[in-house]
Unconditional design. Structure first.
Length: 78
């Protein structure tokens, strides 16, 4: 899935991601940045993520409109 960081607290690791497809706000799972290149996030940053069993964003990875495509846009050709 892909989305945009709405908020992130580096002190607690708590954050909210807005999913691109339906604009649903998803809480970040504890440890969502574990194993990623991220040390912190900024508001408006695009990310790719998975959902855990509780419906929280986890396994955050780098994202951009070019490599992920935007909803309603054709995918970029290699």
């Amino acid at each position: 899935m892909q989305g945009v960081v709405k908020s992130y607290d580096p002190g607690t690791g708590a954050g909210v991601i807005v999913r691109d497809t339906d604009r649903q706000e998803l809480d970040m799972a504890g440890g969502a940045l574990a194993g990623s290149v991220f040390r912190m996030l900024r508001q408006g940053q695009r990310v790719v993520f998975d959902l855990d069993g509780a419906g929280r964003a986890t396994a955050l990875r780098l994202g951009s409109e070019i490599d992920m495509g935007s909803p309603g846009e054709p995918p970029a050709s290699p």
